[in-house]
Design a protein around this ligand. Structure first.
Ligand code: FE2
Length: 298
């Protein structure tokens, strides 16, 4: 069997506003658009991936929060209605999702072998979180690739950001090992915003872009710093600065997704591609790609 590989790593944020603005048939509310800068960014990402051959998407979402270890979806098909608890007016999405249980189990077993606390989630009535759904929809709206979905173990809440980051570095290493042993080609998705200080009220028309902007100058400066570091290939520095970034920018990278993904693709010194940046209810969101397939083929 050929050795498996991670063909690309992605930073793919999941505010439900993006799905709402796209008006896919699966979502009940309808919109007049909005957040085009980010949606065009996702278009560029999809175009960039269109020539890349891969078997499945592997995603870590900060909205599937587990407080005892890392969990993996472990049922072959999940089909239900996902309603965003904060924005039920924007996101009531009918999903029908295939899971690569074999690969999920392989990552689970590899992690367990390294002493990590892990569990397969085998309840067929489990409701998949909207972060997983939104990022997967925006990356691959055809829903034709199986998914491996990984929870955020919230080690930052029980211990500290530093402990959580260490766990995610290890989870990234075992994810890579399991994928290589599986023979599969995978796209990894870190599903999170950057700065995450958001407005506490919503305008009468949610997609009214005349009121959309970053919450504060400090948040903007943090977002630009992280983006520029990643564009310069300084992923290790981003991980090093993660505790300050999380504390000062209330960054959603606290859920571990970005660190997990960077670790899995080998803490790259190659430059990341920025496909788009924009704010959503004041939070900072970057769509970025690490085209690992081009590195290994070179
Ligand atoms: Fe979120």
């Amino acid at each position: 069997m050929a050795k498996g590989s991670i063909v690309a790593g992605l930073l793919a944020p999941h505010p439900p506003h993006l799905v709402y603005a796209e008006n896919p048939e699966q979502n009940e509310p309808t919109s007049e658009g909005g957040w085009e800068q980010l949606r065009w960014g996702y278009e560029r990402l999809r175009e960039s991936l269109s020539e890349v051959d891969y078997d499945c998407l592997v995603i870590l979402s900060p909205h599937w929060q587990t407080y005892v270890g890392t969990h993996f979806l472990g049922v072959e098909n999940f089909k239900s209605l996902s309603v965003d608890p904060v924005f039920p007016n924007l996101f009531r999405f009918h999903y029908d999702m295939k899971i690569d249980v074999e690969l999920a189990q392989a990552i689970h077993d590899e992690a367990q072998g390294q002493g990590m606390s892990v569990k397969m989630m085998e309840n067929p009535d489990f409701r998949v979180d909207y972060g997983t759904i939104t990022s997967c929809h925006m990356v691959r709206p055809q829903w034709d690739k199986p998914i491996v979905a990984i929870s955020s173990n919230r080690g930052n809440a029980y211990y500290s950001v530093e402990v959580m980051q260490e766990m995610m570095l290890e989870l990234g290493r075992v994810t890579r090992k399991a994928i290589e042993d599986s023979g599969k080609r995978c796209v990894l998705i870190a599903s999170n915003s950057l700065s995450h200080r958001h407005f506490t009220t919503e305008s009468a028309v949610p997609e009214d872009m005349s009121v959309e902007h970053i919450t504060s100058h400090a948040m903007h400066l943090w977002d630009m710093r992280i983006i520029e570091l990643l564009r310069a290939g300084k992923s290790q520095q981003v991980v090093n600065e993660m505790p300050e970034f999380v504390e000062q920018a209330i960054a959603e990278a606290d859920g571990g997704a970005l660190t997990w993904m960077l670790s899995a693709i080998g803490m790259p010194e190659q430059e990341a591609i920025l496909h788009g940046y924009g704010t959503i209810i004041g939070t900072g969101n970057a769509i970025m790609e690490w085209p690992c397939h081009a590195w290994s083929d070179a």
